[in-house]
Unconditional design. Structure first.
Length: 90
């Protein structure tokens, strides 16, 4: 397999390599500040996680027998995390 970053050619007539560095620290700090500003002062990450859990509970509730079997198979395979004691919510 070829290397991802092959060694550039060297020798007579080959231009010298140029050191290229770009510091993204300032841009990343600005991006994070914009994200936090967009979320607003009322953003509550714990409440967001609770809402996601409630949505998953609703998604996996009221499954018929075949759907429950598929759900159980997916949990057993490690595709989905177990919920409600190993079964989808009733």
């Amino acid at each position: 397999m070829a290397p991802h970053h092959p060694t550039p050619p060297t020798g007579p007539g080959t231009p010298p390599l140029v050191d290229f560095t770009f510091d993204l620290t300032g841009i990343e700090v600005l991006r994070r500040a914009h994200v936090m500003e967009a979320l607003g002062p009322d953003w509550d990450p714990i409440e967001v996680l609770r809402g996601e859990e409630a949505a998953y509970d609703l998604l996996y509730s009221g499954l018929d027998e075949e759907q429950q079997r598929v759900y159980d198979d997916l949990v057993a395979a490690g595709v989905l995390p177990p919920r409600g004691g190993g079964h989808a919510a009733a």
